[in-house]
Design a protein around this ligand. Structure first.
Ligand code: PGA
Length: 252
């Protein structure tokens, strides 16, 4: 059985006062810090990682970063390493988000190197893949997903270290989501690819999240789709009340 996962991606949002949202979420979900319940991960901006991890220690809320560099340390002004995130208390890191692929030209090769480094630092990785609207309309979705998946994931992946987030780029922040059939088709494809590459057991153990305009009122139907093990949530993760409702919907 794969444990359900709700991951919140705050992106470049959140000053110190926003830490109260994390503590409020930890309080409202105090009784869900068990293996049977949905795992809760919040990925705030790097400036808030250490303090959020401190405040949420021993609660159901686990903290993650939004990106890391592929090197362990060195002359990389403005960047942050996986070791630094782990040292600050992070347990996860999001890699290859489409906003980083688009704004910084991050390739799947680079994402793979980052993932390797993150695993060495003891972080779990949420690797994002997804098609553009044009690719969806021209029938290229599965080709694009297959290529990103093959190139972004290192060869020694396991269900312990790897989470995949399927995030159609055109659904992010737009309020639009694919049909449930389309989500199911992509997730089934990702599962099959993982099993073919890593073997049945390992491929089955990797959790697959859906991301892109997941909200309190659509989360339940999305996570009922086969091979959807939870969500990667942007806008609706900023407020504890909204994200809490999504977590409850994923919990079922
Ligand atoms: P959204 O973002 O929930 O605001 O659409 C999701 C994401 O980018 O991870």
């Amino acid at each position: 059985m794969r444990r359900k996962l709700a991951a919140g991606n705050w992106k470049m949002n959140g000053l110190g006062a926003a830490l109260d949202e994390a503590t409020s979420l930890a309080e409202s979900h105090a009784n869900t810090a068990t293996e049977a319940a949905t795992e809760i991960v919040l990925c705030p901006p790097a400036t808030l990682v250490r303090e959020m991890a401190r405040r949420c220690q021993g609660t159901a809320v686990v903290v993650g970063g939004q990106d890391c560099h592929e090197a362990a340390s060195g002359a990389h002004t403005g960047d942050i390493s996986a070791e630094m995130l782990a040292d600050a208390g992070a347990k996860y890191v999001i890699l290859g988000h489409s906003e980083r692929r688009a704004a910084y030209g991050e390739s799947s090769d680079l994402v793979r190197h980052k993932a390797r480094r993150a695993w060495q630092a003891g972080l779990r990785t949420i690797i994002c893949i997804g098609e553009s609207e044009d690719q969806r309309q021209t029938g290229k979705t599965l080709d694009v997903i297959g290529e990103q998946l093959a190139e972004s994931v290192p060869h020694n992946a396991s269900g312990e270290t790897l989470v995949i987030a399927y995030e159609p780029i055109w659904a992010i922040g737009t309020g639009r989501i694919p049909t449930l059939d389309d989500i199911g088709e992509v997730h089934e494809f990702i599962r099959a690819q993982l099993k073919a590459r890593f073997g049945g057991d390992a491929g089955d153990a990797v959790r697959l999240l859906y991301g892109g305009s997941m909200k309190p009122d659509n989360a339940a139907e999305i996570v009922r789709v086969a091979n959807v093990d939870g969500g990667l949530v942007g806008g609706a993760s900023l407020k504890a009340a909204d994200f809490g409702r999504i977590i409850d919907a994923i919990n079922g």
